[in-house]
Write a protein that binds this ligand. Structure first.
Ligand SMILES: C[S@@+](CC[C@H](N)C(=O)[O-])C[C@H]1O[C@@H](n2cnc3c(N)ncnc32)[C@H](O)[C@@H]1O
Length: 305
């Protein structure tokens, strides 16, 4: 099983500052790395709610966190629904919330999940294999123009048009059987220069589409400030600029939040050597404060949703 090393763990603990009686939410439980650190730091009574849409990740995290007993509650679902998940558990306010976005090493290193252009597998890319359309079904459903728009918008892929055309053609000819076919098709259109694999942006775009990643993040960013107790902290780790932009904007513009990081924190050289997955991580944190302009503002903001 891949060992998932939690990204920017020290910084996460530093900002969340877990305390013994606190209640924390790990919105992206994954293999339970951050959750374990939060549970240790909030011993003996801290409680953690761990959310993930991937049942396989939940099963692994459950095993890893077994020793914490009733201090952990597991939720299978999307973090965009965080408010409903907490309501369902009877929890109204929490001391800290974290999201470590993107895919886990479990997802990336399993060819069958279809996230990796280095391995050959089906074009699935769903984090929750029990719901929604796979990447291949999206490719079938979108016309060339819509597909090109997705590659451009979610992958910031400059060759979006040519790649979309090649994908639709290969699909019509029955030549798009899996991730390897897709990666090779992109290499043909773009060439294979540079340090980054040329297929990176296309895979990113299809993954974002398949999992509605930006929609999920927007819903989470809207809900979290209203769930934090005064003084509670939210920490978000982004892996590409589309996510980071949404987080930065929400932390700056929500009157209930006070940004704690002017610039995003990034991993140091030591962490990068140990954990290459941390390469593009950017962490931002914000604290729930009195809304500027008084409590009335809080109510207006909450009523709008
Ligand atoms: C990078 S991993 C988290 C790793 C975790 N912090 C750890 O230390 O093990 C991201 C996890 O978030 C989950 N995830 C991503 N988007 C989600 C969403 N919208 N709702 C729920 N879970 C999500 C993925 O399934 C994946 O398991």
């Amino acid at each position: 099983m891949p060992a998932h090393i939690p990204v920017l763990k020290r910084e996460v603990l530093n900002w969340l500052a877990p305390k013994p009686g606190g209640i924390y939410v790990d919105s992206t439980l994954g293999l339970g790395g951050h959750a374990e650190a939060i549970l240790e730091a909030s011993a003996p009574h801290g409680v953690l709610i761990g959310i993930d849409r991937d049942t396989e990740a939940l099963a692994i995290a459950r095993e890893r966190l077994r020793r914490f007993g009733g201090r952990v509650l597991f939720v299978h679902g999307c973090f965009g629904e965080i408010r409903n998940h907490l309501r369902g558990l009877g929890i109204e306010g929490v001391d800290g919330v974290i999201a470590d976005l993107g895919v886990s090493s479990l997802q990336l290193e399993d060819a069958e999940r279809g996230f990796s252009f280095r391995l050959d597998g089906p074009l699935d890319m769903r984090m929750d294999r029990g719901s929604g359309l796979s990447a291949l079904e999206w490719i079938q459903r979108l016309n060339e123009e819509a597909l090109s728009e997705v590659l451009f918008r979610y992958g910031e892929e400059p060759k979006a048009r040519a790649i979309a055309r090649a994908i639709k053609r290969a699909h019509a000819q029955g030549a798009l059987r899996g991730t390897r076919d897709l990666a090779e098709l992109v290499w043909k259109v773009k060439g294979r220069r540079g340090r980054r694999d040329p297929a990176t942006q296309v895979f990113q775009a299809l993954r974002i589409l398949t999992n509605d990643e930006l929609g999920e993040l927007e819903r989470w960013l809207l809900a979290v400030p209203g769930l934090l107790k005064l003084g509670g902290v939210v920490v978000a780790i982004a892996f590409h600029s589309l996510e980071d932009r949404l987080i930065k904007r929400a932390f700056r513009s929500d009157p209930r939040l006070e940004p704690l990081t002017r610039k995003p924190l990034v991993p140091g050289e030591g962490e990068l050597r140990e954990n290459p997955r941390a390469r593009s991580a950017r962490l931002r944190a914000a604290r729930r404060s009195e809304a500027k302009g008084g409590e009335g503002v809080v109510h207006r903001v909450e009523e709008k949703k």
